[in-house]
Design a protein around this ligand. Structure first.
Ligand SMILES: *[C@@H]1O[C@H](CO)[C@@H](O)[C@H](O)[C@H]1NC(C)=O
Ligand SMILES: *[C@@H]1O[C@H](CO)[C@@H](O)[C@H](O)[C@H]1NC(C)=O
Ligand SMILES: [Zn+2]
Length: 481
């Protein structure tokens, strides 16, 4: 073997080793105990940091850490009795998780995808779609049902043409009110599949004049027609460069693959879900105690080089221009088992209209939760509306008959800046003439289990698809205009 090749293999394996992430559980008596830990942006808390109550009255925080980081934390909290740090005993090898499909089951857009809601109970989908099968699946839906797949204006860093699709309300784009996206965080496997199989179910059921069944949840043909009639726009693969990389490396990759700010290891890429133009420049807008994103390219929440600096973000935003009457937006993520509603930068309040994200008087004060120095304004009618839809969504997911989910405000344990859901809602105030969009984040799956087992992958399809149905039905009943 040539020296250069040996050297490069050694280099590759040490890079791979350095990024080996171990699922870790951190236990404490209250969510507040986690605040100093979640502030450290060098740690990876999954999609967002979430404190889960445990059966013995404590709280558990999931993280993905390197051996060095585990040692650092264990040392740091050695003499703190309240806090314990343990490797997840149930962690599993990549080999135990659902495989990624090889080839193209949709034969270049000629074999129509069929979801679980139109197949006999117990049917299983045996692999996760590979990055090339995702557009092929949607192309096949276009061929079978006349759904429209179209290209978006900006190419990704790796040169991929991005695309999205719309269906259900004819050719007038102002009749489309529901917007779904998935595949923002590369490692959150199964999100694109869930969305595409759901649209496939709706179209198959409409054509056959039937309803849909997900576990113990059933929907009538009239409900199917009503959901399609609300006009569905979807962008199922927001981060194709990241997904391609994650699927080929199984490295739990989150960001895109832009090398402008860093070209090796973990310094590659921007977190698309911290790159939107909502309080993006967080060192200016937030209190010093809050770390809603990171300015360090080496961190998982690196915010990029400017608001909407990334093509994926720009394409996401272009959908609001193309479909000016979008009213409800859902971004599909994993893994925590929750449905998050606005706002994500600080606690909500409905009394002081002046205390809002546009008011520079409050710069430097946002993001410290549990206090009254700053809380984000939300009209009380809007808060009622979004809580109604969020609760209906998790009730349906639970109604499938598997696990339970929680609905909560997205700020939770830890604020975010530049996230897609807050950006969606903020447009009404920040962008002249913009429609009001209610933005949500769904986190399917079990905490930090980004790579589901095959059983979990199929349960996630059933749970989310029932969730999407009730999200849409509840949105329709609250109002589309
Ligand atoms: C954050 O954690 C790293 C270890 O991953 C440590 O070296 C660093 O000092 C911590 N930063 C702060 C501000 O505590
Ligand atoms: C796949 O289908 C497209 C049309 O949808 C066609 O342009 C392309 O050549 C096909 N590719 C292959 C490899 O058959
Ligand atoms: Zn995510």
């Amino acid at each position: 073997m040539k020296y250069a090749l040996v050297a490069s293999l050694i280099l590759q394996s040490s890079v791979a080793l350095a990024r080996t992430l171990v699922p870790v559980h951190i236990f404490a008596p209250s969510p507040d105990h986690f605040r100093p830990i979640v502030r450290n942006t060098t740690f990876d808390f999954g999609c967002r940091a979430v404190a889960h109550p445990t059966s013995d009255g404590k709280y558990k925080l999931h993280a993905l850490l390197t051996e060095d980081q585990i040692e650092y934390l264990q040392n740091e909290y050695k003499s703190v009795d309240d806090i314990s740090i343990r490797k997840d005993p149930a962690r599993r090898s990549v080999a135990a998780t659902a495989p990624i499909g090889t080839g193209d089951r949709f034969k270049n857009g000629t074999v129509t995808p069929v979801g679980l809601g139109t197949q006999p109970s117990g049917t299983k989908i045996s692999t996760i779609m590979n990055v090339n099968e995702i557009p092929s699946a949607v192309q096949a839906l276009a061929k079978a049902y006349g759904l429209v797949k179209f290209d978006l204006p900006y190419k990704t860093f790796k040169g991929a043409t991005q695309w999205a699709a719309y269906v259900g309300a004819g050719s007038d784009k102002s009749k489309y009110h529901l917007y779904f996206s998935a595949g923002v965080h590369a490692r959150e496997r199964g999100g694109p599949d869930q969305l595409i199989y759901w649209v496939a179910d709706l179209l198959a059921a409409q054509k056959a004049g039937t309803g849909l069944t997900y576990g113990k949840k059933s929907y009538t043909n009239a409900q199917v027609n009503s959901v399609l009639g609300a006009g569905i726009v979807f962008f199922p693969l927001v981060n194709p460069d990241g997904v391609a990389y994650d699927q080929s490396s199984s490295s739990l990759w989150r960001k895109n693959r832009n090398t402008k700010s860093g070209s090796s290891g973990g310094s590659v890429g921007v977190d698309i879900n911290r790159n939107f133009d909502f309080l993006w420049d967080y060192p200016k807008y937030f209190d010093d105690s809050a770390e809603p994103a990171s300015t360090d390219p080496g961190d998982e929440t690196f915010y990029g080089t400017g608001p909407a600096s990334e093509s994926e973000t720009k394409n996401h935003v272009s959908m609001y221009d193309s479909f000016p009457k979008i009213r409800w937006f859902l971004d599909i993520h994993s893994a925590a088992g929750d449905m998050l509603y606005s706002w994500g930068d600080d606690d909500d309040q409905s009394t002081n209209t002046k205390m809002n994200f546009l008011n520079s008087q409050y710069d430097g004060q946002r993001g410290a939760t549990g206090d009254s120095a700053y809380r984000e304004y939300i009209p009380s009618t809007d808060l009622t509306n979004i809580k109604t839809v969020s609760s209906a969504t998790i009730a349906a997911m639970k109604g499938v008959g598997g696990r339970s989910y929680v609905s909560k405000q997205s700020v939770g344990l830890y604020p975010t800046s530049g996230a897609s859901d807050d950006y969606a809602f903020s447009r009404y105030w920040a962008v002249p003439g913009a429609n009001k969009v209610y933005g949500f984040t769904m986190e399917f799956g079990y905490s930090t289990n980004f790579y589901p087992t095959l059983t979990e992958f199929n349960s996630n399809i059933l749970d989310t698809n029932a969730g999407f149905m009730d999200f849409a039905l509840s949105a329709i009943s609250v109002g589309l205009e």
